[in-house]
Design a protein. Structure first.
Length: 122
């Protein structure tokens, strides 16, 4: 039998063993014998998680019941809502990376003036 949490109005939280079929029924408080309703207590680990992880977990939980479909309009709204926060050259910039400067010699070989001399060209 699983252990469930119940809360007495006068004495606070207590735990009680109960069968799964009886888990929703109120249980008597061990101190005053008054009926106490079942409560769901959040684990302390969830309360201390960082905010971005909490947002991601909430989004994941919500998407189980309310899936979002990716459309151009939805992507534009998301992009407008979240500004780009990565540094220059992160690879996901909207304006793209700068193209490498390539020069060709008279015989048709590639030459990269800004490249490192130990790099081998394809």
């Amino acid at each position: 039998m699983p252990l469930y949490d119940y809360k007495c109005r006068d004495h606070g939280l207590f735990q009680e063993l109960a069968m799964l079929s009886e888990s929703a029924q109120p249980q008597p408080c061990p101190q005053c014998e008054s009926l106490a309703a079942r409560v769901i207590v959040l684990p302390p680990a969830l309360l201390g998680t960082n905010p971005p992880l909490q947002v991601a977990m909430a989004r994941n939980e919500r998407s189980q019941h309310e899936p979002l479909f990716s459309t151009p309009e939805h992507r534009a709204e998301e992009q407008a809502r979240h500004e780009h926060q990565h540094g220059k050259g992160c690879g996901c910039q909207e304006q793209g990376l700068s193209k490498p400067q390539v020069l060709y010699t008279a015989d048709g070989k590639k030459w990269f003036p800004a490249a490192r001399p130990w790099m081998i060209s394809h």
